[in-house]
Design a protein around this ligand. Structure first.
Ligand code: GLN
Length: 455
């Protein structure tokens, strides 16, 4: 049993106090998070929530599957009474008036919400540096970026500030920081997890997903947030999923695809770690198969065209009337760049030139990945092509977008992808990315679990 499930057992048996743990976490965050900056706001109700769960436990009442576990939430998800700032001045005073669907679900399972986590402004970024509340540090590689945009969610797990985090992934924002911080993250298949209550970046790409210290923790949280809701029309016809009881099946006989294309885009030092991981998977009885991904590098520019158009459209409501501030007047450089790019691309005279073409290439990428996944159970390779840079280093926008080559394809195709630490380069964590078929989360998790056990 991994750490998360062990803690859950100890809580259930009454060996550790939920209130006591919440107090300890809050104290540690107050002291140590000055340096890391993974939280924007702590939940003033956290102790009261813990007391409620503790009372239930004491009285022998039935408790939920997350009973007493402490969850941090990325600041683009609505948690009633807390600020959903998206780490932007635009929404700095916005207090969420309701719980997002995923929040309702984790509350129902008796989780305790500890606070709202830092992120790149409006989830536009790959480094965690564009937050209006200051950059986040990488606890696993001091002095370096934690990755983004779910920077606070991954850093908080790496620093041990909460048991589980909810992040979001539009083009890699769960997987990229999970890789850099050496933690576990999953981007679910598009349409598996409700987006209701999530503040959009790119609505055809966004998914909420778990970040955790271990594979079981991620599987547990995903089991709880997955499944359709009545009031969301673009969801897949899945009511519930079951991963935890099937994680330990091993990977003997599994067909694992990989592509020589990955090495063309990735730092050789990272590739050396990934190649070793593939050897381990082979030793565990998987068959490693080469697949063709000839258009892989086209995914990044395609993603940036599409996300800019969708983001531009999503930001039109921040015109100052409802949320107080006009986004263009208070946002950071990268958010403004995307709004201007989105506005430009959306002009009618350019429609056929940029957006239409991007949608065509998106189809091509999706077909290519689906074809590859017909012959294998999962696709395995690196998560991020470069090591995280030092905080404060100045990168050009194109250099920043270069972090996303290997994560955006899954979002464009709507497939799932998980990340597990495979090793280190000079002490910096390197995550293995496992991409799966639509609704292939169980296969992805099984490979992640097998990899975890080799550590
Ligand atoms: N880094 C990508 C971007 O800047 C992905 C962000 C995300 O997944 N939210 O758009």
């Amino acid at each position: 049993m991994g750490r998360t499930l062990e803690i859950r057992e100890q809580i259930r048996r009454g060996e550790v106090s939920v209130v006591g743990r919440v107090q300890q976490f809050i104290e540690r965050i107050k002291k140590e998070d000055k340096k890391i900056n993974s939280f924007i706001e702590l939940n003033p109700q956290a102790i009261a929530e813990a007391e409620r769960v503790e009372k239930k436990l004491r009285s022998g009442e039935r408790v939920g599957r997350l009973a007493g576990l402490i969850v941090g939430v990325k600041s683009n998800i609505n948690v009633k009474g807390l600020r959903a700032t998206c780490a932007s001045r635009t929404l700095e005073d916005y207090v969420a008036p309701y719980d997002a669907e995923v929040i309702k679900r984790i509350r129902q399972e008796d989780a305790v919400i500890i606070g709202m986590q830092n992120m790149d402004e409006f989830a536009c970024g790959s480094s965690g540096e564009t937050s209006a509340f200051g950059p986040t540090q990488n606890p696993a590689a001091p002095g370096r970026i934690p990755g983004g945009s779910s920077s606070g969610s991954a850093a908080a797990i790496a620093a041990g500030f909460c048991d589980l985090s909810l992040g979001t992934d539009t083009g890699g924002s769960i997987r990229n920081p999970s890789s850099h911080c050496g933690v576990v993250g999953i981007k679910p298949t598009y349409g598996l997890v409700p987006r209701q209550g999530l503040i959009d970046l790119g609505m055809s790409l966004d998914q909420i997903g778990p970040i955790a210290p271990d594979v079981e923790g991620a599987a547990l949280l995903l089991e709880i947030i997955a499944g359709r809701t009545q009031n969301e029309c673009v969801m897949l016809p899945v009511d519930r999923v079951e991963y935890l009881s099937r994680l330990n099946r091993g990977i003997k006989g599994m067909r694992i695809g990989t592509s020589s294309k990955f090495a063309e885009l990735t730092d050789p030092k990272i590739m050396a770690v990934i190649d070793k991981a593939l050897d381990k998977l082979r030793d565990l009885g998987a068959e490693i198969v080469e697949v063709e991904l000839p258009n892989l590098e086209k995914a990044m520019p395609t993603y940036y065209l599409i996300v800019s158009v969708e983001f531009f459209s999503a930001t039109r409501k921040y015109d100052g009337r409802k949320y107080g501030k006009r986004i263009e007047e208070v946002c950071g450089e990268e958010v403004l760049r995307r709004i201007l790019r989105g506005a430009h691309i959306s002009r009618r005279e350019y429609r056929g030139k940029f957006y239409q073409r991007a949608l065509q290439v998106r189809t091509l990428i999706r077909e290519e990945l689906m074809r590859a996944l017909q012959h294998v159970d999962v696709l395995v390779g690196p998560t991020v092509p470069k090591l995280p840079h030092r905080l404060g280093d100045k990168l050009t926008p194109m250099e920043m977008y270069g972090y996303d080559y290997l994560t955006v394809p899954a979002n464009l195709a709507g497939i799932c992808g998980g990340v597990i630490k495979a090793g280190e380069v000079n002490g910096i964590p390197v995550g293995l990315q496992i991409q799966g078929k639509p609704l292939g989360e169980l296969d992805v998790l099984r490979v992640m679990k097998a990899m975890e056990e080799t550590a």
